[in-house]
Design a protein around this ligand. Structure first.
Ligand code: ZN
Length: 90
């Protein structure tokens, strides 16, 4: 259903926007996140799904603020710059 997906995507963006306003601490390493950094910066702000989408998590499921580098280190591969050869690293 393309229309539903579009609405979900919009809701997702609203949700991350609110989270970004509310949380500026990385839930993985506990350090402060500089929200002014460019999104390509490894220390920039990202919304991390507590349950990765690849593991059955929902797009609008629980999310926490995290550094981009911490987020990708978790194995939640949203970063195309750093692809892993296998589907599971743990
Ligand atoms: Zn971090």
């Amino acid at each position: 259903m393309p229309e539903k997906q579009r609405r979900n995507h919009r809701a997702y963006r609203e949700k991350t926007k609110r989270l970004r306003k509310r949380e500026d601490t990385c839930w993985i390493c506990g350090a402060w996140i500089d929200r002014t950094l460019d999104y390509r910066d490894p220390m920039s702000w990202t919304a991390d799904h507590l349950t990765p989408l690849s593991k059955g998590g929902r797009l609008l499921g629980k999310m926490r603020a995290a550094h981009r580098s911490c987020n990708s280190r978790r194995g939640n591969r949203t970063d195309p710059v750093n692809p892993l050869p296998t589907s599971r690293e743990w």
